[in-house]
Ligand binder design. Structure first.
Ligand code: PEP
Ligand code: MG
Length: 584
């Protein structure tokens, strides 16, 4: 058989070569059937028993993971236990048994399907993914109803690359790193719990491969390239050798990077750079430190608004922020206020769908209109400042009036809290995201009003070059080294330096080792990124001299096109860091 390549979504980096183990995760086939009136009581009892067995199984898993690597991910099991108490799932099933006279399996299956349909209507990818949690819990109850034992990853004896239709986070928690080389699944996305877990456990993974389970058999040789989200089945000799080389190089480099974990991010000539993590879920905070980061440079709070019908309460905001601040201590946490709209989660509360959401009622614009929602968040955030080093970051500021208004609301909230005798840090620093070209143009004016800037290149590039960051047809134009983008960055850096305020970057550009030296040369001393990128960027930081970085950035800035600027940057990296460069 000739090699076959599958391309999917990058879930967790690394390269592994091994034998496939096809994990049977076919759904339990259940027969829905009508029952007699007299059997209703028994069916309800049977269903409740299966729920109790499921709960006991999850509690058992919890015990196993209270220690060791799984510890920080117990929240997934908690979510599953919560679902076992979920009204829609539990009462919905009982109601179907009673009213539609269905057996427990049929009633549960219908209930899962109807909850699934509700999730499908949700546009947000992260929230849609949570449908999987419901399905996984439902599958567990179904298996317990029909007495079907699921194959467990803990039972796998030989090293293997797991190939499955989908994996539950609990599967991922069961993975023994000495046996499970990596995994590849038909389903999944970057934001599924399983992908998040794989990244923090350091297990290479590719997801969203669509139909890989249709052709792979247990025992097939597979190459899993988690850096590019690719799986090659039955590789040719040439491909095999090529990947063997890549794998060795990658492993060696990873080991080298691991050694940097506790070393400072300091240039050869002693400039200390702050490298921090971007997080979306409070549980991710530990992983920033595990990768050698010093604090959280961007905590995207919109995730608090997901997966629910009601808005988060002040208490929920407070608890989440306090948790993150306490876990990140002694380092700081930069909490970004709500950024809804655009490509993110939909606008809560009866707003019409917009024709042009990226240019619409997004982030601070929304918060200034829905002040009650904003104030609730600000109250929770301010109260959390009593428990750690918290800074507040405002997204999508386009001009001074928005900033004045925001500060006024913040002052009102502070006055309220003071009057109520609630504790908070009166001197919490506030900063603005620089992610709209107008903000970059008036950076000097904004700098007088805040204590730090955080540049959001994901949006800054989108708005500067007029390319939708979501649209694959114009993705080729999405170029951080475009001269227009670089000039804006330099302008922002100059304004920050003149006003003597902190300059940070938290867009994806900050986490790419190719740009690290350029950014240092331009004056950035604080880079916040996806946690897995921290060691890579640290490697660059620790290997350059500031003078070289300044010269490189000047050279890159002189290039008339993005292509030429990129070539200049690549040349520099290839010369200095051949192990980092393109091949990987
Ligand atoms: C950005 O725009 O670069 C940014 C960090 O914010 P987000 O990706 O959440 O829009
Ligand atoms: Mg943004």
């Amino acid at each position: 058989m000739h090699e076959k390549t599958y391309r999917g979504i990058v879930a967790s980096p690394g390269i592994v070569i091994g034998r496939a183990y096809l994990l049977d995760r076919r759904k339990v086939v259940v027969a829905g059937r009508r029952i007699e009136d007299v059997s209703v009581k028994d069916e309800v009892a049977r269903f409740k028993k299966a729920v109790e067995v499921s709960r006991a199984q999850i509690e058992e898993l919890k015990k196993r993971f209270t220690k060791g690597i799984g510890k920080s991910h117990l929240y997934i099991l908690e979510t599953h236990i919560m679902l076992l108490e979920d009204k829609m799932l539990m009462d919905g099933t009982v109601k179907r048994i009673k009213e539609s006279l269905l057996n427990a399996e049929g009633a549960l299956k219908e209930t899962i399907n109807s909850i699934g349909l509700k999730f499908d209507k949700i546009e947000d990818e992260y929230l849609r993914e949570r449908k999987h949690d419901v399905e996984q819990v439902g599958e567990r109850i179904l298996r317990n109803l029909v007495g079907h034992k699921q194959e467990s990853l803990a039972d796998i004896k030989d090293e293997a690359v797991i190939i499955a239709h989908d994996l539950a986070p609990t599967d991922t928690l069961m993975m023994r790193k000495d046996k499970i080389l990596g995994f590849a699944t038909d389903a999944g996305s970057r934001t599924s719990h399983t992908a998040i877990l794989a990244r923090s456990l350091g297990i290479p993974a590719a997801v969203g491969l669509e139909n890989i389970t249709a052709t792979v058999k247990t025992g097939d040789v597979v190459i899993l390239d988690g850096i590019h989200g690719v799986v090659i089945v039955d590789p040719d000799e040439e491909t095999f050798l090529e990947y063997l080389k890549k794998q060795r190089k990658y492993k060696y480099f990873e080991q080298e990077l691991e050694k940097l974990k506790d070393l400072p991010a300091e240039t050869l000539d002693g400039h200390v750079i702050k490298l921090q993590g971007n997080i979306e879920l409070p549980e991710e905070v530990a992983s920033a430190a595990d990768h050698g980061g010093t604090g959280i440079g961007l905590y995207r709070t919109e995730f608090l608004f997901l997966n629910r019908q009601t808005l988060p309460s002040e208490e929920e905001h407070y608890k989440a922020y306090r948790h993150v601040a306490e876990r990140a201590a002694p380092h700081e946490v930069v909490i970004r206020t709500l950024d809804v709209g655009g490509d993110k989660i939909g606008l809560p509360g009866g707003f019409e769908k917009e024709a042009n959401p990226a240019l619409g009622l997004r982030a601070i614009r929304f918060c200034l209109q829905k002040r009650d929602i904003f104030k609730t968040q600000l109250r929770g955030l301010l109260r959390a400042t009593a428990h750690g080093n918290i800074k507040m970051l405002i997204p999508m500021i386009s001009g001074l009036p928005e900033l004045y208004e925001t500060k006024k609301i913040l002052d009102d909230v502070k006055a309220e809290l003071r009057a109520e005798g609630k504790e908070f840090n009166e001197h919490m620093e506030i900063g603005v995201m620089i992610e709209i070209p107008s903000a970059a143009m008036i950076a000097d004016l904004l700098a007088r009003e805040v204590s730090f800037f955080s540049v959001g290149t994901n949006d800054l590039i989108q708005y500067t070059l007029a390319i939708d960051r979501q649209n694959e047809h114009v993705a080729y134009m999405y170029e951080p080294l475009d001269p227009a983008v670089l000039r804006l960055l330099q302008r922002v850096s100059d304004a920050a330096r003149q006003a003597n305020i902190t300059l940070a970057m938290c867009g994806e550009m900050a986490g790419d080792p190719l740009y690290a030296a350029i950014l240092l040369g331009m004056g950035f001393r604080n880079l916040s990124m996806n946690v897995a990128s921290i060691p890579w960027v640290k490697k660059v930081v620790r290997s350059v001299r500031m003078q070289d970085a300044v010269e490189l950035s000047a050279l890159v800035m002189q290039q008339p096109t993005a292509v030429m600027a990129r070539r200049t940057a690549e040349h520099f990296v290839a010369e200095r860091f051949p192990e980092l460069s393109a091949e990987l």
